[in-house]
Design a binder for this molecule. Sequence first.
Ligand code: ZN
Length: 216
Amino acid sequence: MSEFDGVFIHSTLPGLSRRKGDGNLMTVLSIRIVGDPILRTRADEVTDFGPVLRKLVADMDETMENVEGAGLAAPQVGVSLRVFTYQIAGQRGHIINPVLEMSEDDQEDVSEGCLSIPGMAYPVKRRRWTRATGVDVDNNPVVVEGEDFLARCIQHETDHLDGILFIDRLTGELKKEAFRKLRNANYNSVAASTINERAAALGSSFGAGASFGGQR
Ligand code: ZN
């Protein structure tokens, strides 16, 4: 049983699509919010490398940029596959089926947030260095390696693929406080207002002529 029982908040924001200048369809996906079971499910290995996967990665990249996230994992957009995108420390890309190696030592605790847990930020203990080995959309080998923020991002996003959220990594009073906040009825309104703000931001960034896609 998860500690999230009793909390169930869904983003009702639909995905939005429009044509970019080059004629390609660009889609900003809706982001699943804590309480959604997909965020607590271990995602499946990617085995199908084709146009559907390519579109998913392109849309995740677009979505990450739109919400100014440092990273985005597929379960956060409702797809239970082992894929994440990242844009941090001057590096940007994606990795599929990542396998992590980590240093024994930790980095300095830094506050983390999560697009799926609006309005919360807590210092989280993370390993100093991480190397993720996986593949790209063409099933070619990819290695993403770094320290500090990049290492933190890789660990945070890979956790999403295992159904783990950053608040699970907290300890002691901070963990109690985070879960207390989540259980608080007031958290629903905090999350709802963030979702509405994202919707408003999307609306303005898309401007006139935007067409609304279905729920993704
Ligand atoms: Zn997250």
